[in-house]
Design a protein. Structure first.
Lengths: 907, 336
């Protein structure tokens, strides 16, 4: 009778072993010695193994300084009793302590229990000595050898045999009893295509004759193999089973490299648990996202597909989050604010996706470590450059080209450099040669990062990055004197230094300082008779320091300081008065120059309480926000103002069941007015900060292991919003505005499951504003009642992958013109506006399709893709316009069907 | 992301669509069809309280219907960003006391004009949310009411001008439209006389050279012997302002409670920029509606607006200065 047994494959990846008090957005701490499994207890497989055949449970195991297991948490459940079995067994494990700097430290490890039905039970055994080089003392056992899955031939780098072993007669030790001659072998297992070392791969020689497991560098060794041909079987979770033939020669040590195909392209990134997790937060990782249709592989563009994010007209890349204005949502790169996430047109993000570790998006109710924004927060964490060799990629498509190179400089120092430039300016004239308009858009961005890890307790990073967009639009009249040119130039550059230190008691201290220069906008219009320009410059300097202090087992206190300073200048010039006497605008009376210093300082504190084995977390927080403004220094128009605001915030999360959690958040937020608003000519130096309250209530639901469902309801109350003055002798800008946003959102996200992944997100919301107390409420200009996004991607055989994205969004509101009159002085018709934003454009619907094909070679891979946007050529109105006398209305539609072809090579 | 950057992004998107010619192109304002008011000329265009200006409307109906204009002066102060308060068009109350604004308008607070112009002493007056009828016809005489404080007329424009809106409800058959002339209020700034209308001295066409190159000498349009155009023809039109049409005037030091941030302002001498607007009942004019400072225009007899063969094409050019000064001329072309 066939015996039923459970094979437990354990992967205690060093990558997953880290001090128990987590570092914040940082590379993983290096343990000088990982914990080693000394006492192994086999999990008792539940009856469901009969029917399922296999299952995998991923556990997070906390190990104290003595090697005892203090907590076991299911990170990725398998259900059907597997979770309980794995946890019960893991609680009985005993480890040797992990060490950092030679001293025992508490460690959290990621542990995979793999249950597999096999005809003959093989009892797991504790790791041999060699396991010290295996991930954290793993206790590997043999998975089934070729059988259920056909073994693929592993790519073997011939280079072998190599390295003569002097003095050793083919593994026959001098003086040893005579036996068959042997030879040593050293092997390395790398992932095919990108040469990522694969830890935890079970290496079996000649069907159970010998076996071992690769270490974190993907290395393994056999000391004495009989001379002659052997078969190496490589097995592991997430790998395509692979077999290779080797030959051991006398007097030679065989060095061999095996390239193994990953069974799943979307490997979960084992990384530090984030120090702070927002109540509503979506995290995107590159492997999952870069094949979403319509994003051209851009991780950061994928944010626009998340719930709570309204669709920007023309796909401009404006981030309209939970009904807030685009400028209310702030984007941070490694903790440093950047003014814009996307190049113009929303075609690309300004930060290369390939240097991004992951991206967290919090649409509201975020914690005290961030501020100065009434909208959402986007946190981009860049990754540590690879140190396992030189890698990179080159990508070309119809929009731009980019290149990245990274690798080690020394053992402790690694680098990455990336550059991207658009060539729309090259292609566009081909299509617009006969047009009366000519466009010349150019953008580029760059990133260069140095990462230094002098000790296992310290990480230092130096990161310089930036982005530049230039655009020229001009008419192409036969008479040059009739031509008009419009130019726009924006850029930002940042230099960032960061330091993270881990204390032996589990505390961490991190500091990020940055300096940067920006041109938020710089526009110039040139006509035959006049040149007018608006030129804004901004110098920024920031400092952020956070200490995370474990006080007790259930309390961690975070304290910190967040400083952001800016020097802003605005110049407006015009060489000629505007034509005609139209427009009683009260502006444009000559040169205008604004100098503005802003200093925003915020001490912050957060208490993170965890109860009931981390099931209940309570996080009261306080951010004391000081905002100061100094304008026109040294002139008769000098003004200054200081505001102090205490922003309390609170988050709670209760994991009622392993598959169900409740969460809620509340927060107060203050935001400075846009700097140009302080102009005495175009704004009001007396403006005060805007502020708002966020209320969030939500649930998380996990009906099965691969499916996550979250739902949130939200309400935002915004006050002191900056709006135009109401009456003729009002200041041009006032703080009279108020706003409210309410709604709900649902996200159902499927991790890779049977080659399928994707998500469905839906947001129902309403965003309203009241500009002045005596006026009616009106819709916000980007209010979108329904936002539905469906994304699915399916992996096909032979390296093909197909993906779709479908979107349905309510049309944006606009203010209709109810009538118009002819103004003889300006010789144009002037509309009489109806109620503000009382009409809507037709709804938006669009289907995008993407097809990828990847050829994976041993040392590199080649991909091509075709990304077709708006495949059924839907006519989606983006702007409502009128003819000259406002009697006829028509719309400008978004882009028609747009195919983008690209090619990419990774090495 | 700052609002100006958002505007730049929108400009880019529009530019891309314009460049790719993916957007609809409705008839331009320069193509005259149906009932239109093309210009209103006031003589003189800038007056002080108690003085009279005569307004003449250049109105045309391609259907040949009789045109009538009912005039009224709107005494409702425009709000920020408005040239005329929209309330002037939504069945406003008729002023009981006629058009004397001195007794009925409110400036909503004190002002400081820095001595730049005479202010009178009234700073707190009642509001005048009404319109004053002035009569009807293509021509009308308007008397500037007593204005104690020019801010009752709204904020000044870029020329530091304050304007009294005169609304002409224009009707022809069942069609109607509203046209507004904003009569400039003379502030009496020393050294800055009232604005005068510019003067157009001729309407010309420049026939193409025999080799198809640039045209030669400009020829006046002769109503008795108009140039004959055919489908596909391209003709250059030209007008000329008389010398002295572009006047020099003074913009006083900043006041009105808003000050320049470039330091204390000084009065500025500004010379007007003149512009022309062309209209035609057929063909396509290269400059859509208004604002060209170059007095040349190209008329193309393309397929979009071809008249019947043997018909006459009416052509108008309207000249503007920056302060409401206007002049216009009419000409004809023949189409075969």
């Amino acid at each position: 009778m066939r015996r039923i047994g459970a094979i437990v494959t354990i992967l205690l990846a060093l990558l997953g072993a880290l001090p128990l008090v987590q570092a914040e957005e940082s590379p993983l701490p290096a343990l000088s010695k990982p914990p080693k499994l000394l006492h192994f207890v086999e999990a008792q497989a539940p009856p469901a193994l009969f029917t399922r055949g296999s299952a995998e449970v991923v556990l997070l195991i906390d190990i104290d300084e003595k090697g005892a297991v203090t907590a076991v948490k299911v990170d990725k459940p398998a259900g059907d009793g597997f979770d309980e079995a794995a946890v019960a067994a893991a609680r009985q494990f005993v480890f040797s302590p992990g060490e950092a700097d030679g001293k025992p430290v508490p460690v959290r490890i990621t542990y995979r229990s793999h249950f597999l039905l096999k005809p003959q039970q093989a009892a797991p055994v504790p790791g041999p000595d060699g396991a010290a080089t295996t991930p954290a003392g793993a206790a590997p056992t043999s998975p089934p050898l070729p059988g259920a899955e056909s073994g693929a031939a592993a790519g073997v780098a011939p280079g072998a045999p190599a390295g003569a072993v002097p003095g050793a007669a083919a593994g026959v030790a001098p003086g040893a009893p005579a036996g068959p001659p042997t030879g040593p072998m050293i092997g390395t297992v790398l992932r095919k295509g990108d040469r990522v070392p694969l830890p935890g791969v079970v290496v079996v020689l000649d069907a159970d004759a010998q076996e071992t497991v690769t270490d974190t560098a993907g290395h393994f060794a056999f000391d004495a193999l009989p001379l002659g041909a052997h078969t190496i079987h490589l097995r592991g979770t997430g790998l395509t089973p692979a077999d290779a033939t080797i030959k051991i020669n006398p007097n030679k040590r065989l060095d061999a490299t095996f390239y193994v195909a990953a069974k799943e392209r979307y490997m979960s990134t084992v990384r530090a648990e984030k120090a702070t997790v927002e109540t509503v937060e979506q995290t995107l990782s590159l492997d999952e996202i870069k094949r979403i249709p319509g994003t051209q592989g851009d991780l950061l563009k994928a944010v626009q597909n998340l719930p709570g994010v309204a669709r920007a007209p023309f796909g401009l890349g404006l981030l309209i989050v939970w009904g807030s204005a685009p400028q209310d949502t702030r984007t941070y790169v490694d903790g440093v604010y950047i003014p814009t996430l996307y190049h113009f047109g929303g075609l690309r993000s300004t930060v290369n996706s390939e240097i991004v570790q992951d991206l967290s998006f919090s649409p509201g109710g975020y914690g005290a470590e961030r501020g100065l924004g009434l909208g959402g927060i986007i946190d981009i964490d860049t990754r540590r450059p690879r140190s396992d060799g030189y890698h990179g990629f080159v990508q070309l498509d119809l929009i731009d080209g980019s290149i990245l190179v990274e690798g080690p400089i020394t053992k402790k120092l690694s680098f990455a450099v990336a550059l991207r430039r658009s060539w729309i300016d090259v292609f566009l004239p081909i299509f617009t040669r006969n047009s009366s308009f000519q466009l010349s858009p150019v953008y580029y961005d760059y990133q260069a990062k140095l990462s230094y890890r002098p000790t296992s307790s310290d990480d230092l990073n130096l990161f310089i990055f930036g982005s530049d967009d230039q655009l020229t639009v001009g008419t192409n009249d036969q008479d040059p004197s009739l031509n008009t040119q419009f130019g726009s130039h924006t850029y930002y550059h940042r230099l960032l230094g960061s330091w993270l230190h881990r204390f032996k008691n589990g505390a961490t201290y991190s500091m990020v300082a940055s300096a940067g220069i920006d041109v938020p906008y710089q526009v110039q219009t040139v006509t035959a008779s006049s040149i007018s320009s608006i030129d804004a410059h901004l110098g920024s300097y920031t400092l952020r320091a956070i200490a995370r202090l474990p006080v007790t087992s259930f309390l961690r206190v975070d304290v910190g300081l967040d400083y952001e300073g800016n020097y802003f200048t605005l110049d407006q010039t015009s060489t000629a008065a505007a034509i005609g006497a139209g427009g009683a605008l009260g502006t444009g009376r000559g040169p205008n120059s604004l100098d503005l210093y802003t200093n925003h300082l915020a001490p912050l504190v957060s208490a993170n309480f965890s109860f009931f084995d981390h099931k209940l977390t309570l996080t009261p927080q306080l951010r004391v926000q000081l905002l100061s403004f100094l304008g026109y220094p040294g002139t008769t128009y000098e003004f200054s103002s200081v505001f102090v605001a205490a922003d309390p915030r609170f988050q709670i999360r209760y994991q009622i069941l392993p598959w169900f959690a409740l969460k809620a958040a509340f927060g107060m937020y203050h935001q400075p007015p846009q700097p140009e608003s302080f102009s005495t000519l175009n704004g009001n130096p007396s403006l005060q900060p805007e502020w708002g309250l966020h209320y969030v209530l939500g649930v998380e639901f996990r009906p099965f292991a691969k499916l996550n469902i979250s739902a949130e309801g939200f309400y935002k109350d915004m006050r002191s919003l900056v709006v135009s003055g109401e009456y003729a002798n009002d200041p041009l800008l006032t703080n009279d505005g108020i706003g409210r946003v309410y709604g709900g959102e649902v996200l159902a996200r499927l991790e890779l499951w049977h080659n399928l992944f994707g998500w469905i997100s839906y947001t129902l919301s309403r965003s309203e504003r009241q500009d002045h107390p005596d006026q009616d409420w009106h819709l916000f200009e980007f209010d979108q009642t329904h936002i539905l996004t469906i994304i699915a991607s399916y992996k096909l055989p032979r390296g093909f992958q197909v993906g779709i994205r479908f979107r349905y969004v309510t049309g944006n509101p606009y203010t209709p013109a109810t009538s118009a009159f002819f103004d003889s002085v300006s010789a144009r018709y002037v509309p009489i506006q109806g109620q503000m934003y009382s009409a809507r454009l037709s709804s938006f619907n669009q289907l995008d399709v993407r097809l990828d094909k990847t050829w994976t070679f041993n040392r590199w891979s080649l991909s091509i893709y075709l990304d077709v946007q708006n495949i059924y050529d839907a006519a989606n109105p983006e702007i409502a316009l009128y003819n000259f006398n406002y009697q006829q209305q028509y719309t400008i539609n978004g882009l028609p069907i747009l195919p983008v072809f690209g090619i990419r090579g990774d090495f | 992301m700052t609002p100006p950057r958002v505007a730049a992004l929108c400009a880019l998107s529009l530019g891309i669509l314009l460049a790719s010619e993916c957007i609809p192109t409705p008839d331009p304002a320069s193509y005259v069809t149906g009932l239109r008011v093309l210009a209103i000329k006031a003589e003189p265009p800038e007056i002080k309280s108690g003085q009279v200006s005569v307004l003449n409307a250049l109105a045309f109906d391609t259907l040949g219907r009789m045109i009538n204009i009912a005039w009224e002066t709107c005494l409702i102060t425009p709000e920020q960003g408005q040239v005329v308060n929209p309330a002037c068009f939504s069945n406003p109350m008729v002023c009981s006391g006629g058009g004397d604004m001195s007794s009925s308008m409110d400036m909503n607070g004190p002002v400081d004009l820095g001595g730049a112009m005479p202010m009178g002493g009234a700073a707190d007056m009642g509001a005048a949310n009404c319109v004053a009828p002035d009569g009807s016809g293509l021509s009308i005489s308007i008397t500037m009411p007593q204005i104690a404080n020019p801010l009752v007329l709204g904020l000044p424009d870029v020329t530091f001008g304050f304007y009294l809106p005169v609304i002409g409800l224009t009707t022809a058959g069942s069609d109607s439209l509203s046209a507004v002339y904003r009569l400039r209020y003379y502030l009496g700034i020393p050294g800055s006389p009232p604005n005068q209308n510019p003067s157009l001295t001729g309407l010309f066409y420049v026939p193409p050279a025999p080799d198809g190159g640039p045209g030669g000498q400009a020829i006046p349009l002769d109503p008795m012997n108009p140039p004959v155009l055919h489908s596909g023809d391209v003709i250059t039109l030209r007008t000329v302002f008389s010398p002295g049409s572009a006047e020099t005037y003074i913009i006083p030091a900043e006041s009105i409670g808003q000050s320049s941030d470039a330091g204390p302002s000084q009065p500025r001498m500004v010379t007007e920029t003149l512009s022309v607007t062309w209209f035609a009942t057929a063909g396509t004019l290269s400059v859509g509606t208004s604002g060209s400072v170059v007095p040349d225009e190209v008329l193309t007899m393309d397929s979009s607006h071809l008249p019947a063969s043997g018909s006459t094409i009416d052509l108008w050019v309207v000249g503007h200065d920056e302060r409401g000064g206007t002049d216009y001329m009419h000409g004809t072309l023949s189409y075969q």
